[in-house]
Design a protein around this ligand. Structure first.
Ligand code: GLN
Length: 246
């Protein structure tokens, strides 16, 4: 009898301990914008992609879980500022302007800007000059580049058409409502595989992607950087690159 009670007590204690350690695993809310293949996209109703796997792998090394939220790219920084998001994993380029609002991890991927047109169209790189309509995703480095270097300088005389998601811009390109779309080079290359669009040129912008947290959230940033290093050192990074880019 005495033995039974002890056993039950011990089992209850173990259960309490197990529940306690489960509660300790923190869940961070990760914001992304899932029209950016292969970094983030929707497949069978799920948000998947390189960035999603990367932040999950980082979480595994640091003992945190993630919940991924899909939103427009343009609202991600506001999301971490208001506390609705803990982390941004969205192929976000590290820029001085954004550094004023958020803190970036070490860089994890490099990119330039590419110009895509509808497959079979006569447009080439010169589509960026004169009376053409160019699609961009609001708030992206592509948007800023086209607006500042082409539109404001009068080199581009047509419209800069803003979209919440690249998927809609690419659809409008295929429907001939646009002459070209400017977007990150690795994503342009992937769209060219998935849709009847062609890459006709590249603008060397030398961008670096970083994961972002709210300014001053050093504790979380340190975890992300430590996890990123571990993911690279363990070979997991190469595994993810092979999964999504080959
Ligand atoms: N790298 C680009 C930027 O940071 C585009 C990112 C995206 O559209 N997800 O502005």
């Amino acid at each position: 009898m005495k033995f039974k009670i002890t056993l039950i007590t011990m089992l209850s204690l173990l259960l309490v301990l197990a529940m306690g350690s489960m509660a300790l695993a923190e869940t961070y809310v990760v914001g992304t914008s899932a029209g950016f293949p292969p970094f983030e996209y929707v497949e069978n109703g799920q948000i998947v992609g390189f960035d999603v796997d990367l932040i999950k792998a980082i979480g595994e090394t640091q003992g945190f879980d993630v919940e991924v939220k899909d939103m427009s790219f343009d609202s991600l920084i506001a999301g971490v500022k208001t506390g609705n998001l803990d982390i941004i994993a969205a192929g976000m380029t590290i820029t001085d302007q954004r550094e004023k609002a958020v803190d970036f991890s070490e860089p994890y991927y490099s990119a330039d800007q590419s110009i895509i047109v509808k497959e079979g169209s006569d447009n080439d790189l010169t589509v960026l000059f004169g009376d053409h309509d160019i699609g961009v995703q609001t708030g992206t480095t592509g948007d800023i580049w086209v607006t500042d270097n082409l539109s404001k300088k009068g080199i581009l005389k047509g419209r800069v058409v803003h979209y919440e998601v690249f998927v809609m811009a690419v659809n409008d390109l295929m429907n001939e409502n646009l002459d070209a779309v400017v977007l990150d080079s690795p994503v342009a290359a992937r769209y060219a595989e998935l849709k009847p669009v062609t890459v006709v040129g590249k603008v060397v912008t030398g961008e670096q992607y970083g994961l972002a947290v709210n300014e001053g959230n050093t504790e979380l940033l340190n975890k992300i950087n430590a996890g990123l290093k571990e993911v690279i050192d363990s070979g997991k990074m190469n595994e993810l690159l092979a999964k999504y880019f080959q």
